[in-house]
Design a protein around this ligand. Sequence first.
Ligand code: PHE
Ligand code: ZN
Length: 877
Amino acid sequence: MRSEQAKPVKLSEYRVADHVVKTVHLDIVLHPTATRVTAVLAVEPHPQGIAGAPLVFDGDGLTLAAIAIDGRTPAPEAYEATADRLVIHNPPAGPFRLTLETVVDPQANTQLMGLYRSSGTWCTQCEAEGFRRITYFPDRPDVLAVYTTRIEAEKKAAPVLLGNGNLVEAGDLPHGRHYAVWHDPHPKPSYLFALVGGDLAEVSDTFTTRSGRVVKLGIFVEHGKEDRCAYAMDALKRSMRWDEEAFGCEYDLDVFNIVAVSDFNMGAMENKGLNIFNDKYVLALPDTATDQDYAAIEAIIAHEYFHNWTGNRITCRDWFQLCLKEGLTVFRDQEFSGDMRSRAVKRIADVRLLKSHQFAEDAGPLSHPVRPEIYHEINNFYTATVYEKGAEIIRALKVLIGAEAFRRGMDLYLVRHDGDAATVEDFIACFAEASGRDLTQFFLWYRQSGTPQVAVATRHDPVAGTFTVDLKQTHLPTPGQDVKQPMVLPLAFGLIGPDGAERPLFTEDGKAVPGVIALDAAQKSVTFSGHPTRPVLSINRGFSAPIVLKTDLTAADLGFLARHDGDAYNRWQAIQTLATDHLVAASRKGAALAGGVDILADALAAVLADAGRDPAFAAQALTLPSESDIARELGAEVDPDAIHAARRALRLAIRSRLDGTLSDALSRFATPGPYSPDAAAAGRRALCNVALDLWASGGEADRLATVAARHRDADNMTDRFAALAVLAQHPGADREAALEAFRERYRADALILDKWLALQAAIPEAATLDRVKALLADPAFAMTNPNRLRALVGSFASGNQTQFNRPDGAGYAFLAEVVIATDPRNPQVAARLLSAFRSWRGLEAGRRTLARAALERVAATATLSADVRDIVARSLG
Ligand code: PHE
Ligand code: ZN
């Protein structure tokens, strides 16, 4: 484990490494508990480094078995090797060869960083700072080297040996052993290093790049799971083609391998030529995966593949620049999914995720800039802010400068910085150059934390025929940032006439204007002419700027937009706003006093009537804001029970108004024929399943019987699980029987049982905490596996607002206990679970006190990891 109170790392203190490594030759002899690693490194002083400085390499939990400088063992006083550092006091002044031998214990590596074992397979995870757990190294992304890796193992235990790059040699050795040598010609930082050894099945295919390179594709999985890889392979080939067409990026090695492992801290990792995946994001069959799982697999396969250019060919200078690769690559995977599926629906899903994760993070104590300036533990910065807000900024940039300048900027970036470890400044400079614009103010998006708030008011003068839009931006203080500057917010907009048609946009002096307002001052007013009758403003179309928007649109205006807005995103947003306004009011003062239900129900009825156009869109419209969405809107004095009651009442009110239409939808949108994961079929299923959920929301016995029958008769996991989720909302023997039957049916399938765990953890009933505690002892659960922990404990803490926030504080105490128990084994996962407290300050006083007590209990634990210590300190700070 890392030293306890390490000094924070600051962006302002960046300087180059004094010693860099040009080539790395690794010889790794795999053994369950004593894997020997011999590293031969071509080291040289950095020309801009401090001349004559000692050599200082990073380590983490290492023991040095042997060392040689240019083949000679140095005197013991010439160097110092501790668990976390190697120092050579007077290294040679010029280039030299450093040989290091370390021995590591993969079996004992429960952090899942560095070299570890997952179900008997040896695998690695090096981002961000895991390579230093394998050998001493300048483990920082700006040290780029060419790697050659020889892997040796017992052939029976590990018939498959994989490394980065291309296979250059392989063969048998005496005593049932064998080896493989992999060479990666592309210089890379150590965080992109990977190796895998194990007894795995391979599914292979090929892809021919646009210049005619034939790439051998392999997906490696546990034996018996070969039939679950077809969708991932197809997604990979589509990603490779799309990146050539959309961004001009062609693959650059002869092989591209993906390995699925069952113990993984994150989603997946973009190691050069050897992506390693959480198996959840590879394996899928109609009976094992839901439509959502298929969509996530497609997105993550694409994301990791796209990193080959945005992340690997062009990497980050330091970890402060993490959004340079992550925000950009999320933007790219979102665009890919948008092209593969319904663009509007993809956008809606992305914004939903952004608001529920990133806006919540940005409104609480863990708020940080997309490019932070200080960190104690980099693992805690793989956040919704860096990823999702990082992607939004790029989308906003594209709206601001236009698609053509954006494409020129991207092209310039990919050429100019190929092979570099770059900064966000480097990236933005390419777009400034390509667009001819000064992007200094735009850069505030990277530096200022918090979500900008925009208030919009409109004025109509029927006599002059003018329509004026008054815009005002404000910025709330966030940790470390009390005062902020106005930013540039690109607001895509349109004006809609009473007939529902888009009105042409003219200024007062009759000039045509484009449909984007760049709000670049604290306040701005824009007046349009040619409007004898009042148009309705549709603003922030497509969610062009990631802001909190408050408009003076009336409920009637929103109902009008829900029907007539040419922008599908804003049609959805209008409905969400109607629902949110109602739920916020109802959570404060009770449903009876909150209005707007009729307008909302009418809008939903209209959506359902028109659902044939895009069933997936209708499904999104019928999905009300979540309980945590309402909590975020309330901001302070949050009572999760009041929110739950308000939401439940609204669902029943909507149902009573739409009842017949809902049951009609079930037959109207039934998917004919066998299951296919394509977007159109998935959209029909999504609509049926939200309709089913609403239709049965009263819990009537006959309706639940229908749901149970759908559960039983489903021919795919999407419908089977959706029906089970409806049943789970309604207590009784039938629910328990269905849950038990599901468990029996999938008893051997951990990924499916994760769904079963998660579903139970999310039941909004007082008995759930006891159920969750009982499930900790269920054979389907394992405290050591991140997916199991996230499914059970993560879903409880983040997906069950009323029960995590029990008024007696027992939910908080439970999470604190699990975090404290998990931390010694896996700090990264423990820290992530703990961030479920990110909105605790907004709770009403009683819960706030109890949440603070639980956090303080964690803080008082003697031996916390740097990861958990950082989250708890910032949460309480
Ligand atoms: N770089 C990975 C991705 O986004 C995420 C990751 C980070 C995985 C750290 C493992 C460890 O694609
Ligand atoms: Zn990524």
